[in-house]
Write a protein that binds this ligand. Sequence first.
Ligand code: SF4
Ligand code: ZN
Length: 421
Amino acid sequence: IKIKVTKIDIPVGVASAFEGERIRKNDMYAEFGGSKTKAWELVRMKDMASIEDGKIELVGPDIDTADKVPYNLPFAVVVDVAGKSMEEDFEPVLERRLHYFMNYIEGVMHIGQRNIAWIRVGKESFERGLRLKDIGKVIYAKMKAEFDTVVDKCQVTIYTDKAQVEQLEQELAFPKYRARDERLATLIDENVDTFYSCTLCQSFAPAHVCIVTPERLGLCGAVSWLDAKATKELDPTGACQPVPKDGVEDEEKGIWTEVSKAVDVASQGAVSRVSLYSIMEDPMTSCGCFECICGIMPEANGVVIVNREFGDITPVGMTFGDLASMTGGGVQTPGFMGHGRHFIGSKKFMSAEGGLARIVWMPKELKDDVRDRLDAAAKEMYGIDGFTDMICDETIASESETVLEFLESKGHPALTLDPIM
Ligand code: SF4
Ligand code: ZN
């Protein structure tokens, strides 16, 4: 029997309107994570019998034990769920919603995910009576309400006991995170027969359709192939729909008749042909929430990639914002494309134009973020060691001429490829 939860009985408001709320240092009563303490979160599937539906438990001190303000406490939240249609693959999808659920609480701010969670509780909400179990109550209620097709039972345990937070991180959270990452790493486009479309961003980019594949996640970076698959399961007529990988026209460019057809239908005829692995020929459209933009730098015979967080000008003479204004809106713009960070380590990245070897410049932070996967892929594709270090960044040069000098000094492979345009 499913219990439908409607009203959440806690001392402060719970609404999506509180999502954008910021809690500044001076207004802060308690803080978990950031750089001060550990904070992590986990959604875990269990069998029905081992869950007591609605149980909310706190292991460790509550915030009213504070000896000073702000009160810095270690924090972990483990959300156990069970259901007939629940699958382990859905765990990360549910887990990512924790960010929103906590942010919906008046006077609670949540940033990050997994073991980089960072939560603040405001003074005013504390004074009105908000305690940690209330956060658990909200998580419980929202899990049951939003995921009612897969979550039949749910229990929430919050840990603030330092020893337990540390021990369970090692024994429970890390192995789970690792197993999920390993599952993702072995998922490649060749190994599936279905991609997914995502049309969530059509509310502001009406013709935009993301085709989500194991290697090319949604350009927002938030929708992986597994996420899309789960979304379809949770909401069969929703934003993510299966697209059969049928009618291969060109594997290297990533063109399938059925994929193009699906985009044609989902874009109401605005876009009728898509090459998933090309930036020049019928590239995928971009909405506005891409993590990165890739754009051609003709004189280097390659591309620059810039992430949203980078504020300065790039070697193509434009900032992220300039590039975004040319790329977004759901139209195809050959020579530019939006994509997620994760795509940068894929052998499918621009495989139509020679692949990863085309990347000539990226901000330093992005380089460091993608280095391991990028180096491994470049080694496999071209036999190059340490490819990421051949790519220029803003700490080396951002002017066309000096970037070229750097690329030449490194013997960057893009310089000897066929002309990109
Ligand atoms: Fe969906 Fe993300 Fe693409 Fe938007 S950007 S359509 S949310 S995958
Ligand atoms: Zn979007």
